[in-house]
Structure formats: C-alpha cells, structure tokens
Design a protein around this ligand. Structure first.
Ligand SMILES: [Zn+2]
Length: 84
C-alpha cells in the first residue's frame, strides 16, 4: 500500500507520496550565521516560496541550464547581460 499523497507533480500531475523523493524549486530568503561553538556556518531559511514541484522523472529530465539562462537575463548590479 502506498503512503498517502503529499503533493502532485506540476508537470505530469503524477502523485508524489510521503517518503518519495521529489525535486522542488523555491525562492528562499536566507540568513547566514557563523556558529562559533561549532566553528561552522549555518544558513537559516527565513522565508520560502515554493515555485514548483516535480516528480523524480520530470525533475531528472528538467533542463536546469534553460532555467539558469532565463535567470541570467535578469539585470543585476554587476550583470554582464546587455539588451540586444
Ligand atoms: Zn512528473
């Protein structure tokens, strides 16, 4: 018997059950702190907005290079992106 459904793949609409791996793309607001006692950095997620969720089949087939290229078109302070 399958575990209960956790969510649905945003691409193929397949059910994703509790305990199954999946791929998520999120926008996180994070804050880094150096933990002196542990002598290591820790990153705290202050806020997270889930943009989309994919089953492992869709997630493994997802073209992250395309997403990276889209993000690279967003002008930033030191961006080398130039309008055509
Ligand atoms: Zn899928």
């Amino acid at each position: 018997m399958n575990n209960p459904v956790y969510t649905i793949c945003d691409k193929c609409y397949q059910e994703i059950h509790y305990g199954e791996a999946y791929v998520s793309i999120a926008r996180n607001v994070e804050q880094a702190k150096h933990m002196i006692a542990k002598n290591k950095d820790e990153v705290f997620i202050i806020d997270s907005l889930l943009l989309f969720t994919l089953c492992t089949t869709c997630g493994n087939a997802f073209n992250y290079n395309a997403l990276t290229r889209i993000i690279e078109t967003i002008p930033m302070k030191n961006s080398t992106y130039e309008k055509n």
